[in-house]
Design a protein around this ligand. Sequence first.
Ligand SMILES: Nc1nc2c(ncn2[C@@H]2O[C@H](COP(=O)(O)OP(=O)(O)OP(=O)(O)O)[C@@H](O)[C@H]2O)c(=O)[nH]1
Ligand SMILES: [Mg+2]
Length: 465
Amino acid sequence: MAAELCLEIVVFVAVLRGGGIFSGEGSRDLGDPKRESLKVSSQRAVLAGVFHPDDGFDRTNALDELKGLVHTAGVEVVGELVQFRETPTPSTCIGSGKLEELKQMILATEAQMVIFDNNLSPSQGRALEQALEKPIVDRSEVILDIFATHARTTEAMLQVELAQLMYYRTRLKRMWTHLERVGGGGTGGLGAGRGPGEKQLETDRRLIDRRIAELKSRLHDVEERRSRTVSLRREQPTVSLVGYTNAGKSTLMRALTGADVLVEDKLFATLDTRTRRWHVAAFGDVLLSDTVGFVRNLPHHLVASFRSTLEEAQHADLLLHVVDASSPEAERQIRTVYEVLQEIGIEATNVLLVLNKVDRVQDQSFVDVLRRRYGDTVTISAAQGLGLDRLHEVVGLRLSGGFVEAEIETGVGNGRLFAWLTQHAAEHSRTYIDDAASRVKIACRLPKQAVGSMPQEDAVVRLTS
Ligand SMILES: Nc1nc2c(ncn2[C@@H]2O[C@H](COP(=O)(O)OP(=O)(O)OP(=O)(O)O)[C@@H](O)[C@H]2O)c(=O)[nH]1
Ligand SMILES: [Mg+2]
C-alpha cells in the first residue's frame, strides 16, 4: 500500500513540476510540507494584458503592477503588449489582431513564455498555448508562485499548496502540454501523438483530490488551534494593520513595537500574521497584528485559503488601513483593499486610513485630495518615524469608544483582582487610602466587554465614563 502511494506521489510531483512555470523545484510528500528553496529561473517573458477602457489605466502604466509581481518572481521582461477592450475575447482573451502581434513579438524577442495580467480560464490558457506555442502564465499563477516562494510557516505553506492545487486541478491538460515540451524539447506543439490519455488525467485528478482533502483536514486542525489563541486575546484591545502589498505595514509594525518583522521592497513579503504588544501613549497596551497584503484580482482560491490568517483582522477593535500615499495608484489600491475586506467578510466599520510614505510624496496636493476624500486620516512616514505621535493620539481616541474609565477600591491582598487587572486594565494611578496602607484605590481604563468578568469580592467599583 505504502509503495503504491509513493509511486502515485511521484506522478503527482511530476505533474506539478510540469505545471508550475516558476516553481519547478517544489517537491512535496504527505508529511509536513517542506519547501526547498525555489529556483526562480530568469525566464524571458513577454507581458500582455487586456484592460477595460474605463479602468483608468493607460498604455504606459497598465502593466506596471504585473511588472512588479514578475520582478518579485525573478522573471526577465523582454516585451509588453496591452489591449483596451470592453470585454476580453472569450476564446483567447486578447483579440485576433493582437494575437498575431504577440506571435511576432515572441519571435523577435525570443521570449520563453507569455505572462497575462488577466486571470485566464482553462480553455483560454489552452487556446493561447496552441496559438503561440509557448507556455502561458496568468496573473493568478504568478501570485500563487510568489506566495509559494515566500511562505514560511506551516500554515502559510498548507494554505498556498491548497490554493495551488485548487487552481491546477482544472488545468491538468494544460500542464501536460508543458510536460510534453519539457520532455520532447521540441516545438511540435499539441497533437503530436504523445499526449497522455484521459485515464492518466483521471488518476492525477484523483491524487490531487486526495491531497486537497488531506490539506483541508490539516488546515482545519491548525486553524482551530489559532482560533483558540485569538479568542484568548479577545478581551484585550486589538489593532490590525491591513493594506495593499508593499504599503509599509511591516515597517509601521516595526516602528511602533520594535518587532523584528521582515520589511522588503517586494510584493507579498509578509504572508503570516504577527502579533506584538504596542503601548499606545495616553491609552495603554494593545495587541497589534501585521498580516498579508492585498492586491488587485487576488486569486479566488488564495483569498479563501488565507481567510483564517486574517482572523485577527476580523476581530480587531480597530483596523489601520496603511496606504502608500506616494503611489499614483493609491486610490485604486484603497478601493481594492475595501473590496477584499468585504470578500473575506471583514466589516470595515472601525477603520483608520493611515497615509504612509509621505517623505516620498512629490506633490503634496495629491495627499490633500486623499485626505479630503477619506476624511479621518493620519499622515505618516513609517520609515522616518514622522507623524507617529498623532497616530498614537488618534488610535487612543478611536479605541476609547470601546472602553470605560474605572476607579476600583480594594484590599492590598486581593490577589485575584490584581491578577485580573494586570491582564485587562491600563492603570493610570494607584493611591493608598489608609495609614496602614492596607487599602488601595486604582484608576484605570477597562475594555467594556471585560467589566462583567471582574472578580467582585472585596471590591468597590465606580465607572467614571
Ligand atoms: N520612503 C519610504 N519608504 C517606506 C516607508 N514605509 C515603508 N517603506 C518601504 O516600502 C517597502 C515595503 O515596506 P513593507 O513594510 O515591507 O511593506 P508591507 O506593507 O509590509 O508589504 P507586504 O508585506 O509585502 O504586503 C520597503 O522597501 C520599505 O522600506 C516610508 O514611510 N517611506
Ligand atoms: Mg509586510
